[in-house]
Structure formats: structure tokens, C-alpha cells
Design a protein around this ligand. Structure first.
Ligand code: FES
Length: 479
């Protein structure tokens, strides 16, 4: 098998830690300190991570950020561990369990392991929105705890090697990776209590939350919450779409740019929005062939500047094309596509096979809002924002007292808007909980609101602008 780890890259220096071995189903597998279990196994050549419940069809990973459960395995006797967000350790025992795991080998998560703590602010999610909310509330003097299920904070910024657009104040021209690192450093400097590899698993009355970390449960009684749980990648319906090798574009980006592992050799990219175009370019940078980009709409969805870059590298972008089938039995060995007319009907005689081992889906994101629904926040379906989002005030407060939302969980937009919403939610939550409103809080809120307005100006901001208008309600409605 060809080496899947990337050792030379034009932008990223993969600074791998110590080399060691762990046990996978009785076999020694090489890993490096800092890798996740899933990336170490993928680098070793594994494609089948689990299997479907009824038909026992093979399944590979999909999202690589802990949101889909298709990488669940048994780790040291503990079932259903999401291997894409769990760091590998020397001597670990890992095995696949499909839909029917063994009963846990040891007692985990029982009452004796539970601890309870009181905290002022819980920020859920360590992407740009959560980090900015945490930094801002801590800067104002709040006792802030930030929870994220990944080992590395920064959310989607951690894997974004491209430079951001926008104005200078909003980090234009700076690579996402660098912005993420800077935000994490700032949060540490401000005294934010950071809890990595910690999943918030439940909401109870009066802003009490339960978290799970390495099999131990903790309960936090909070006074206020900013939820910034991010987004989930959309799937697409076509025959064999569950084969290992059909991956989300964000999952591929994580594997490649964060973990330093290429997904395969020949990629068909489905979707020509900015994510599809940028990830295509990043695949080329990592030495992977992008066979073709297809787009069901008659126009390319992303910025022309990104499209031109990959076209210059010889990658065709075919609009009015859709995928109808993934080929292969155990993993992707090709794809079938055809052209569509403006009513999305198949154009007869245009069906053809594409030789590829990876089908990368870049077909949009939807807000991750499960926690907010459990907390009782009123939701509304807003197509312009990607799906179900919570109703909220202009200052990001939901219909539940002292629960705020920011970033992609509030609606799919650019990372810069997410960070600004985080800042706004951080100040507004601080004001509500402490009762302290002053010149500083007013000026921070104004900065955030002005920044958001500026980012939403122009033709590309028109869609989110309309969506936000529909789900923004008055203070009185929120109670
Ligand atoms: S949860 Fe691990 S791949 Fe989605």
C-alpha cells in the first residue's frame, strides 16, 4: 500500500510526536503522538470502520469531527468510542464492533465517578464562535469554562490552510490555521478554563449540563450558556452512498490538513461551492489527483478565484452534472454521473463512469442544534441559514433564559461572522448574568454588531441577511 501520511506539504509542517504502537484486533499498528485513532488506522490502510445494523454493509468514516458515529469502535473495552476525536495512545486496544458491541469490560460512568461543580459561564464548542465568546466573557471578568470534544481547539479553522477574505480587522489574508491558534492562545491568556476531549451529553433544567470525559461524568451547574456546536455535513442520496470512500469534504480536510493523512489517490469532488473548490485545491497541494468537480446547478457555486486556481491545475469543473451511483463492493472503486437539464431531469445518453477511489461530498452544511432543542429553545426552519435554527434576539439570546447561540449553530455563514457572533453572545451573556452593563460592554457589542453588518453587506451576504431577519425576534418574545 502507498504511504498515506503526508511528509512534505507546501504550507503545513506536520510536526509529528513520538512513534509508538497500539493493538488493533490483535495486530500491532504504528501511530504518532497527537494522532487520532481513526487517522492512525486510516494511515495504516483501514477503510472499513464499522458496518450497518441490518445488512452489515461496510462503513467508513465520514465527518472526522465526532458528529456522525460512523467511526465508532471499542477502545480498551469501552464500546462506541468515536475514534475520529479520540487520541491514540501507546498500548491501546482497539477493535471494531459494528452495530452490536460487547458489554463494557469494566464499570464506567456510574454514580461513584460523578462530580458536580458550579460555574458561571459554560461555552460549548471550541471553534471561532465559542472561542470568541469565551475570550470576551473572560476579558470582562467572567468565570468561563469551555468544552470541546476534540483534542485540538479551533473548530473548522484548524484545517483551513487558505487565506480569509474580508477586511483587515477581520483577519483577511490570514490563514485559518493561524487564526485558530491565535484564538486558543488568547483564550488561555485570558484565563478561560479549557476542557478538551470533553463532550457535553445532556441538558437538564436550570442550565445544568452533563459532560463526559474519558468515561467519567461530570455535572456543571451553570449560570449562562453560549452554545457554539457548529455544523454537520450534508449527505446526498445516490446508490451505494454508504460505501467506505464516500466522505464529507470537511472530513477529508480534517484527515488531510489536521492529521496529515491523504484520503486516497483519485478524488471525484461533488459540489462546487467554496468548500468543494478549496478542498479540491488542498487535495492537489497534498499530492492527490482530483479527477473532476461536478456541480448539479448550471453555475459554479463558489468564488471564481478558487475555481480558476483548480482549473489552471487542469481539473475540469462540470456543471449540470449529478452523481447517481458509487461503484465497488467493499470500498469505492468508481462513480457513475450524468448530465441534468434545468428541471434536474436526466439527459439521456450522457451517463458515464469516472475512475476514482474517493467520492468527496461538498454539498453544504446544516446547523448542529440538538443541544438547543433538548434545552427547549424554540426553533424554526430557515433554508437561507441551512436548516433548523433557534429563534434569537439581535444579541444572540435564544427563547430560553441565559442560553445564547453563536456561529454555525445559529445559521451557516463564514467563520468571521461566527467569531463576531461569539463575541456578541459573550458580552450579552455576561451583561445578563452579572447585571453589569457599562461603556466597555456597550463598545464591545457595537464592535461586534458593526463587524457582522459589514460582513453581510454585498451580494454574497444577501441570503444569510434574509435568513437572520426571519429568525430574529424581539426581547419580549424571548422573555
Ligand atoms: S463521528 Fe467519527 S467520522 Fe463522524
Amino acid at each position: 500500500m502507498t504511504e498515506r501520511r503526508i511528509f512534505e506539504h507546501p504550507i503545513i509542517d506536520f510536526d509529528r510526536g513520538e512513534e509508538f504502537y497500539f493493538d488493533f484486533e490483535g495486530r500491532k499498528v504504528k501511530a504518532y503522538e497527537g494522532e487520532t485513532i481513526a487517522s492512525a488506522l486510516y494511515a495504516d490502510g483501514l477503510t472499513k470502520f464499522t458496518e450497518s445494523k441490518k445488512l452489515e454493509r461496510p462503513r467508513g468514516f465520514f465527518c472526522a469531527i465526532g458528529k456522525c458515529s460512523s467511526c465508532n469502535m471499542s477502545v480498551n473495552g469501552r464500546p462506541h468510542v468515536r475514534t475520529c476525536v479520540t487520541q491514540v495512545e501507546e498500548g491501546m486496544k482497539v477493535k471494531r464492533h459494528g452495530a452490536k458491541p460487547d458489554f463494557p469490560e469494566k464499570d464506567i460512568g456510574r454514580g461513584k465517578d460523578r462530580t458536580e461543580k458550579d460555574v458561571e459561564f459554560a461555552i460549548i464548542g471550541g471553534g471561532p464562535a465559542g472561542l470568541m465568546a469565551a475570550i470576551t466573557a473572560a476579558e470582562l471578568g467572567g468565570d468561563v469554562h469551555l468544552f470541546d470534544e476534540g483534542a485540538d481547539l479551533g473548530g473548522q479553522l484548524v484545517k483551513q490552510t487558505h487565506q480569509f477574505f474580508g477586511s483587515h480587522e477581520e483577519d483577511a489574508g490570514v490563514r485559518g490555521i493561524k487564526i485558530g491558534d491565535d484564538l486558543v492562545e488568547e483564550a488561555k491568556k485570558r484565563g478561560v478554563n479549557i476542557h478538551p476531549e470533553t463532550k457535553v451529553i445532556g441538558y437538564y433544567e436550570d442550565r445544568k449540563i452533563a459532560v463526559e470525559r474519558n468515561g467519567r461524568f461530570e455535572v456543571y451547574q451553570t449560570e449562562g450558556i453560549v452554545y457554539a456546536g457548529g455544523a454537520i455535513e450534508n449527505y446526498l442520496a445516490f446508490e451505494n452512498n454508504d460505501l467506505p470512500g464516500v466522505y464529507g469534504a470537511g472530513g477529508v480536510q480534517t484527515l488531510m490538513n489536521e492529521e496529515g493523512v491523504v484520503p486516497g489517490e483519485k478524488v471525484l469532488m461533488v459540489g462546487s461551492g467554496n468548500v468543494g473548490l478549496i478542498v479540491s485545491y488542498q487535495l492537489l497541494q497534498a499530492g492527490v489527483e482530483v479527477v473532476e468537480v461536478i456541480e448539479a446547478l448550471p453555475e459554479i457555486g463558489g468564488y471564481q478565484v478558487h475555481a480558476s486556481k483548480i482549473r489552471r491545475a487542469g481539473v475540469p469543473i462540470n456543471t449540470s452534472h449529478t452523481i447517481v451511483k458509487a461503484l465497488g463492493d467493499e470500498k469505492v472503486e468508481g462513480a457513475v454521473v450524468h448530465e441534468v437539464d434545468e428541471q434536474w431531469n436526466k439527459i439521456e445518453g450522457t451517463e458515464r463512469e469516472i475512475d476514482c477511489d474517493i467520492i468527496c461530498l461538498a454539498v453544504g452544511l446544516r446547523p448542529d442544534t440538538g443541544f438547543l432543542r433538548q434545552a427547549g429553545c424554540e426553533m424554526e426552519y430557515i433554508p437561507e441559514l441551512g436548516g433548523q435554527v433557534p429563534l434569537r434576539t439581535e444579541e444572540m439570546r435564544t427563547t430560553e433564559r441565559s442560553i445564547y447561540v453563536a456561529g454555525d449553530s445559529a445559521g451557516i455563514e463564514e467563520a468571521t461572522v461566527a467569531a463576531l457572533e461569539g463575541k456578541l453572545a459573550g458580552v450579552a451573556a455576561y451583561e445578563e448574568i452579572t447585571g453589569k452593563e457599562n461603556e466597555k460592554t456597550e463598545s464591545l457589542k457595537k464592535e461586534a454588531k458593526d463587524g457582522i453588518e459589514k460582513m453581510r453587506k454585498g451580494p454574497y451576504g444577501q441570503v444569510p441577511r434574509q435568513g437572520v431577519k426571519t429568525c430574529t425576534v424581539d426581547e419580549e418574545v424571548c422573555g
